[in-house]
Write a protein that binds this ligand. Structure first.
Ligand SMILES: Cc1cc2nc3c(=O)[nH]c(=O)nc-3n(C[C@H](O)[C@H](O)[C@H](O)COP(=O)(O)O)c2cc1C
Length: 277
């Protein structure tokens, strides 16, 4: 609750009405208690007209009521961002942790979800994929609950994995209602190699946003590490990224994670402005 609301509520709800009620001048022949006498002496000797007092009280009441409503309303309408990922080997999940950290810096509410796997356990075992993290699996009908989305996934030949495509294929009902129209979305990604298609993976995912009427929020060059050529650093103006190596042995670097955190923070700011518009 805004700190100034507390004294205002006390004044508006208790002090002003009590002055008015207790200050009603007693009839000359009316017995006056000591207490009433004291209160009367504290208050106006000559009362302003009732319409004036009532409109005064009314204005104060409504402003503080409005503040109270705003307070509860703010709670229920806190900007909510979903971080939705698909990851086979876990690199994207690690980047997502930094994305979430950045989002949380701005005070937005974060929902963390993963996209359902479509491969069988047998195939995943053959691919040496580790177990999935303990995260709720997103279903299309949950998407409208959020004010914005950051989607993270590894590349598959420069496009989103089939698992991600399958999830978006399940959003037809939302598309029919244009339920995601005007909502902001950004991407972060992972490739095996430095030139394995980070940017094009986002580029080939843009039609999905366009058809839903969603607003693509690129990261831009909003972090100095994007100008750093002293080492291999994933990510670009299109979003945060990491490079896993062909055998998955490389883990997201400190610099890549710093870019991811910055993307979370800057995305939250854009989403908050859009939600308030
Ligand atoms: C079918 C398939 C296609 C892939 N295509 C590419 C590619 O085009 N470029 C690339 O750099 N890596 C490619 N990769 C490697 C993945 O992008 C890499 O394993 C992933 O970024 C690791 O992220 P994760 O641990 O979150 O799954 C491919 C992997 C698979 C299984």
């Amino acid at each position: 609750m805004p700190f100034f609301a507390v004294p205002k509520i006390i004044i508006n709800y208790f002090f002003i009405p009590s002055i008015y009620l207790f200050s009603t001048a007693p009839h000359p022949h009316q017995a006056v208690s000591k207490q009433q006498h004291f209160l009367t002496s504290l208050s106006f000797k000559k009362l302003p007209s009732p319409p004036f007092v009532f409109s005064f009280i009314f204005i104060f009441y409504t402003t503080s009521l409005f503040q109270l409503l705003l307070y509860f309303f703010n709670f229920s309408t806190m900007v909510k961002i979903f971080v939705i990922t698909y990851s086979t080997y876990g690199h994207i999940n690690k980047v997502a942790e930094s994305i979430v950290k950045g989002l949380q810096k701005t005070g937005v509410e974060v929902g963390r979800y993963q996209i359902a796997e479509t491969l069988s356990e047998d195939i995943l075992t053959k691919m040496h994929a580790p177990p999935k993290p303990d995260l709720p699996t997103i279903v299309a009908s949950q998407l409208p609950e959020a004010d914005g989305y950051l989607f993270g996934f590894p590349t598959r030949y420069g496009t989103a994995p089939a698992q991600v495509k399958a999830f978006f294929d399940s959003t037809g009902q939302l598309w029919a209602k244009q339920a995601l129209l005007g909502k902001p979305a950004g991407f972060f990604f992972s490739t095996a190699s430095q030139h394995g298609g980070q940017e094009v993976t986002v580029f080939t995912s843009l039609p999905i946003l366009a058809h839903h009427g969603m607003i693509f929020v690129p990261f831009g060059y909003a972090h100095p590490y994007l100008f750093d050529n002293s080492e291999v650093i994933g990510g670009s103006a299109w979003g945060a990224g990491t490079i896993a190596d062909g055998d998955g042995s490389r883990q997201p670097s400190e610099k890549e994670l710093a870019i991811a955190e910055a993307q979370g923070e800057s995305f939250a700011k854009v989403a908050t402005k859009l939600a308030a518009a």
